[in-house]
Design a protein around this ligand. Structure first.
Ligand code: C2E
Ligand code: CA
Ligand code: CA
Length: 631
């Protein structure tokens, strides 16, 4: 305390100190007259001074907090303090900017309910904070308006004075820009800028995965190397802009040709690669599947393109390298597919070639067969042979019509070689109609000759043919056109026809039965038809498959099966016939089992028209000559 005095006035001064005793200022009181009771004044002033000190300290502290808060607000990052139930205690302006919620709106609200898109990632981060006191990592969170925000968070567990967990301080940074840049870098590194397709790098990566997956899961796959024919000419004549436009359209079309799990890549220039996965591991099937995909690509890319101001046509050449056992590298495969592509180019372009020489042979042979078959149908190279069906007393009851192909170079081609290809390609529909028509013509001719009138004609019908929408109409029309009696026509169906889509099968069979046509179930015993199906089908006959007849004398199982089939047909009220009967001993066993009708080499091989007529007319007898004397 200082005291000063003049004649006219006096002053008293008192130091102001903070709690620690540090002087923080002075308090002076000025008097307009001389002092009288200095002691009283002194104590009053001390009280004043200590109150002023406290107030100044409080003001200073408030200012300090305000300064800190404004500093936190100036931070770019979102700074959030929440309690252990995730209710917001503090929310800076950075958080307002990042999440769109103001501090007032969100104070007391739970951030796990408002901000979290990925609940499990959030739980894992909380778990880390609880255990280790902190967590750092990336997280996708949610803005007030619902859009996703990539953030990077640094969370710290805040403890109270007694060391107990109290709250969580989170500093979250907006990393959307960084993420976008990362994605862009990724895109530039792994995708082709012109078409947006995966580039060579990404293809190599995916292909090496695909090769090992195929080996592990015992699947097949194929690499298709696709090169546009004459692309350079387009570039040179119409310019690079038009060339670019074409490449982009080719890319889009290629994508439509494959499944989502397959890869379409551009290696550069006009070279594209398609990688097919999840194909059959069986080499022949794999080849057929890869060929089907490549043919689709040939067809799709051959459609006209709309370029700037002109229409343009181009074709590709495709090389195919199949893979299955994981015994090759990506580099090998690319080389193989590339080589095969060059073969396709030299083979006349707009075509495909397989690398594997064996597969190539299989595929070529099939393709050749298919092409040959188309022209064979047009040129009448198909013919029917007829195999007699004979009753127990040797009386001829009918024939089965069997297709043959008289090939100008290969000679007589058996149906086992061309029926499967015909089924695969859909040619079976045309071929099947021809067979039916020809067989019905023969049947109609027999009507003019009394001894032959009673003979039936069995015709094989493949599943695809039976399922075709026009089948019932076709049969009706053929019967009408040829004048063949429907009740003498017997369609041979296999069990596979019966078991898939039972309801529509029954409907088709009923419609045909209304026409008067009968049914025999071919190759019986080799399929899966159940008794309940059989009871519902309007069948007339079961045909015991030749595999059971073949080993009848040596395999007791087959003998038992034959017994069962005969008993079954009796129970269902159906006829039964055995096919592939080659010996008298087989015939004897079948007779003993109760089977009264036979077809097989024992009686006759399938005969052509002339041989059949000769047999039918020999001795004018309806009995099969060589066996008419059998009991
Ligand atoms: P499938 O319907 O089971 O015809 C019976 C096959 O057994 C015929 O063979 C016939 O020549 C042969 N075969 C007859 N008797 C004997 C015998 O005693 N021993 C032996 N080992 N075989 C005998 P093919 O003519 O080669 O016909 C094979 C298959 O081709 C037929 O089997 C049938 O599934 C199919 N097929 C033939 N023609 C047609 C047709 O016009 N349409 C359809 N969809 N399939 C046909
Ligand atoms: Ca048959
Ligand atoms: Ca058969």
């Amino acid at each position: 305390m200082v005291v000063g005095q003049t004649a006219a006035e006096a002053y008293v001064g008192q130091q102001l100190c903070d709690n620690a005793g540090t002087v923080i200022g002075m308090l002076f009181v000025l008097f307009r007259q001389p002092l009288r009771n200095a002691a009283f004044l002194q104590s009053t002033l001390q009280i004043f001074a200590s109150r002023a000190s406290a107030e100044m300290e409080r003001l200073e502290a408030d200012a300090h907090i305000r300064r800190q808060a404004s500093l936190l607000d100036q931070a770019r990052d979102a700074i959030i303090v929440r309690d252990l139930q995730h209710r917001v205690l503090y929310w800076n302006q950075g958080a307002e900017r990042l999440y769109g919620w103001t501090a007032e709106q969100i104070r007391g609200q739970r951030i796990d309910e408002l901000l979290q898109l990925d609940r499990s990632a959030f739980e894992r981060a909380c778990e880390a904070v609880r255990h280790h006191g902190e967590w750092t990592g990336e997280m996708v969170q949610c803005h007030r308006d619902g859009h996703a925000i990539d953030t990077e968070g640094r969370w710290t567990l805040v403890t109270g004075e007694a060391g107990q967990a109290d709250s969580i301080l989170a500093i979250n940074t907006d990393i959307r820009e960084r993420k976008a840049t990362e994605r862009e870098i990724q895109r530039l590194a792994f995708y082709d800028a012109l078409t947006g397709l995966p580039n060579r790098m990404l293809l190599l990566d995916r292909a090496s995965h695909a090769i090992s997956t195929a080996a592990r899961q015992q699947e097949g796959g194929a690499l298709l190397f696709i090169d546009l024919d004459n692309f350079k000419t387009l570039n040179d004549t119409l310019g690079h802009d038009q060339g670019d436009l074409l490449l982009q359209q080719v890319a889009r079309r290629l994508e439509t040709c494959v499944r989502g799990s397959d890869t379409v890549a551009r290696l550069g220039g006009d070279e594209f690669v398609v990688m097919l996965e999840g194909l059959s591991p069986d080499p022949a099937d794999l080849a057929m599947e890869a060929r089907a995909a490549a043919e689709k690509i040939l067809l799709t890319l051959a459609q006209p393109y709309q370029l700037d101001g002109c229409q343009y046509r181009t074709t590709p050449s495709i090389g195919i390298a199949p893979f299955a056992r994981g015994d090759c590298t990506v580099g090998d495969l690319l080389k193989q597919a590339d080589l095969a592509m060059y073969q396709a180019k030299t083979g006349g372009r707009n075509t495909l070639r397989f690398y594997d020489p064996h597969m190539q042979a299989v595929v070529s042979a099939r393709a050749e067969l298919e092409a040959d078959m188309r022209s064979a149908l047009a040129q009448g190279e198909f013919l029917l042979h007829y195999q007699p069906q004979v009753r127990h007393d040797g009386k001829l009851v009918g024939v089965e019509a069997l297709a043959r192909w008289r090939h100008p170079v290969r000679g007589l081609v058996p149906p086992s070689e061309f029926i499967p290809v015909a089924e695969e390609t859909g040619l079976i529909l045309t071929l099947g109609r021809w067979v039916l028509h020809t067989a019905c013509q023969t049947l109609a001719q027999w009507q003019d000759e009394p001894p032959l009138r009673h003979l039936s004609m069995a015709v094989n019908v493949s599943s695809k043919q039976f399922r075709s929408a026009s089948f019932v109409d076709d049969v009706g029309r053929i019967l009408a056109v040829t004048g063949a009696p429907a009740r003498r026509l017997k369609l041979e169906l296999t069990e596979s026809v019966l078991v898939d889509n039972v309801e529509s099968t029954i409907a088709t069979m009923e419609a045909l039965r209304t026409l008067g046509v009968g049914f025999s179930l071919d190759d019986f015993g080799t399929g899966y038809s159940s008794l309940s199906y059989l009871k519902r089908m309007p069948l007339h006959q079961l045909k015991i498959d030749q595999s059971f007849v073949r080993d009848l004398l040596t395999d007791p199982n087959d003998a038992a099966i034959v017994d069962t089939i005969v008993a079954l047909s009796a129970a269902l009220g159906l006829d039964v016939i055995a096919e592939g009967v080659e010996t008298l001993a087989q015939r004897e066993m079948l007779l003993q089992a109760g089977c009264m009708a036979f077809q097989g080499y024992l009686y006759s091989r399938p005969l052509d028209d002339a041989a059949l007529l000769e047999m039918l007319h020999s001795a004018g007898s309806p009995y099969v000559p060589s066996l008419s004397s059998l009991p």
